[in-house]
Design a binder for this molecule. Structure first.
Ligand code: M6P
Ligand code: ZN
Length: 193
């Protein structure tokens, strides 16, 4: 099959996006990697996380920033791949964040694998949406978002967010999410805490 590919000319260099697999290629693509060492305090069992191999890759993010970070009116675009795995019975997941400019929204969409998107309001009310290839998720402003891989293969999703949104990790670092996603006897469970 011929892969569907789109070329986005930006920053005087071109970016190729392979829709089907979520891969971004090009000189302007910025890749970031989060290993277990980068995720202190994220999982419920911090003692277990800190005893595990710190080099284990939990997720990677490939991004395109066509305008300067913080500029109003632009859009950023990225794909995230969360590896399969758990810390105890808690599935690998992203750190999760509110936006610094708290009213800004974001779109996520599922590309590969099986995931759960946790969405938490400022009053800590939580809801979960199932992420599968082709699922589309609107994250309203004032809503923290975290993605969890509940499958046995990498879970890949796309994201598009305003260039002035910013990431507020601090509130989540201090207060966490009000639910965790765990491997239960009959499959993934969203457990309120
Ligand atoms: C998505 C977007 C990015 C985010 C990434 C990983 O691709 O929301 O802005 O950085 O997921 O999530 P986090 O930053 O919470 O680790
Ligand atoms: Zn976001």
């Amino acid at each position: 099959m011929i892969p569907m590919q789109t070329s986005i000319p930006i920053l005087n260099s071109s970016i190729d996006f392979e829709f089907a697999v979520g891969l971004l290629h090009g000189a302007a693509v910025v890749d970031e990697y989060r290993t277990l060492a980068d995720l202190e305090g994220v999982f419920d069992d911090e003692d277990l996380r800190s005893s595990m191999d710190p080099t284990i890759l939990v997720y990677s993010v490939s991004c395109v920033f066509p305008v300067k970070n913080g500029k109003e009116g632009g859009l950023f675009f990225g794909t995230t791949s969360i590896r399969p795995g758990t810390v105890g019975d808690e599935y690998f997941m992203t750190k999760g964040h509110f936006h610094s400019k708290i009213d800004t929204a974001e779109f996520y969409w599922g590309i590969k694998g099986e995931g759960v998107l946790l969405l938490m309001n400022e009053d800590r009310t939580i809801r979960a949406e199932r992420m599968v290839p082709g699922s589309l998720h609107y994250i309203p402003g004032r809503t923290a978002h975290r993605t969890v891989n509940v499958g046995e293969e990498p879970m890949i999703f796309g994201a598009c967010w305003p260039s002035d949104a910013g990431h507020n990790y601090e509130k989540i670092r201090q207060e966490g999410f009000s639910a965790r996603v765990r491997r239960g006897p009959h499959g993934p469970e969203v457990v309120e805490v």
